[in-house]
Design a protein around this ligand. Structure first.
Ligand code: CDV
Length: 316
């Protein structure tokens, strides 16, 4: 039985200090302690405003948004709180490595304050260069590189826990990679603007698509999923809230009702995963990797030759 809190955040202003943000996180962690949480999950880039919405020629000019150490001087208090309260946490932040690499990272911290896992975002959405036609930029591909570390899972919190970040949640491979390692709880932070500039027709469906992909990922892999938003209107950009805790059945068991700082809590029985992992989604029994010829190495769509379509139709 793992009691988890999804610590949704409201907007973080561009000029909000790291110290002020950490105080907000500490408050939510303490609320988690009072609610009996073992683990509190914070969103993607939880320490700063969503800075990829601004173009800069020189990325180094944005270095103050990145963490070079974790814990660092300003985040140490969170680790101390975790140990004191006996409440672990997952925290998304911008990572700048000593080698100068930039990742959109989430760490998993156990109840004793020790880091047990680090995940770097795999699917980096948006664009690399300034696109002035957009009402705001989504320059994640300028500020972060893609991780080649995949989707590991960790034995933590008396279960098997994995992580993913925002856009990763829309890809079935994300959950299946972890499902194949027996994952029992997937932690996902997100920053999802309501306005999707390449196809605004999707704007009205943001909430639906958010839950659709996480509920499907949970069900198809027999795992709990904790989806945590940074919501509300941040620097003029409205982002989706609707943080949710989802059972292995695919059902939402808790959902945020505000667009601001809000902790939602659920008691998660990790044994429920077996109901799905041992029946409909008994991978060892029913998966057919030997006939899934394309999923491992093929990147884009490869259409069949036109002639093949004709002959298939003719042969019925
Ligand atoms: N931070 C994100 O990864 N946001 C994307 C937007 C750009 C579509 C998302 O998938 O929510």
């Amino acid at each position: 039985m793992l009691t988890v809190g999804a610590a949704q955040l409201g907007p973080i202003a561009k000029d909000e200090s790291r110290a002020a943000v950490v105080e907000r996180l500490r408050d939510l962690l303490r609320q988690g302690g009072t609610a009996g949480c073992d683990l509190v999950v914070f969103p993607e880039l939880a320490l700063t405003t969503f800075f990829p919405r601004w173009f800069t020629e020189d990325i180094a000019g944005h270095d103050h948004y990145y963490e070079t150490a974790m814990p660092g001087p300003e985040t140490q208090a969170l680790f101390d709180d975790a140990k004191e309260l006996g409440v672990g946490f997952a925290l998304g932040y911008a990572e700048l490595t000593p080698e100068g690499e930039r990742f959109n990272t989430t760490i998993l911290v156990e109840r004793d304050g020790s880091i047990v896992g680090r995940f770097r975002k795999v699917h980096i959405p948006g664009h690399e260069d300034d696109e002035p036609w957009r009402p705001f930029q989504h320059l994640e591909r300028r500020y972060f590189q893609e991780s080649d570390e995949g989707f590991p899972v960790w034995r933590a919190f008396d279960g098997i826990v994995g992580m993913a970040t925002c856009n990763d949640r829309r890809w079935p491979e994300t959950y299946r990679e972890m499902g194949l390692q027996g994952v029992e709880m997937v932690l996902i932070g997100y920053n999802t603007p309501i306005h999707y500039a390449p196809d605004p027709g999707q704007n009205a469906l943001q909430g639906f698509h958010n839950h659709l992909c996480m509920q499907a990922g949970a069900y198809q892999n027999g795992t709990w999923v904790v989806g945590v938003a940074k919501g509300g209107t941040e620097e003029g950009v409205e982002s989706l809230a609707q943080s949710a805790i989802i059972a292995p059945s695919g059902q939402i068991v808790a959902q945020a009702v505000t667009t601001g700082d809000e902790l939602i809590v659920a008691k998660c029985n990790l044994d429920w995963c077996a109901h799905y992992k041992d029946t409909l989604f008994d991978f060892a029994r029913y998966r057919r990797p030997e006939v899934y010829q394309r999923i491992t190495n093929q990147k884009g769509v490869e259409l069949p030759p036109v002639a093949d379509r004709g002959s298939a139709a003719e042969s019925g």
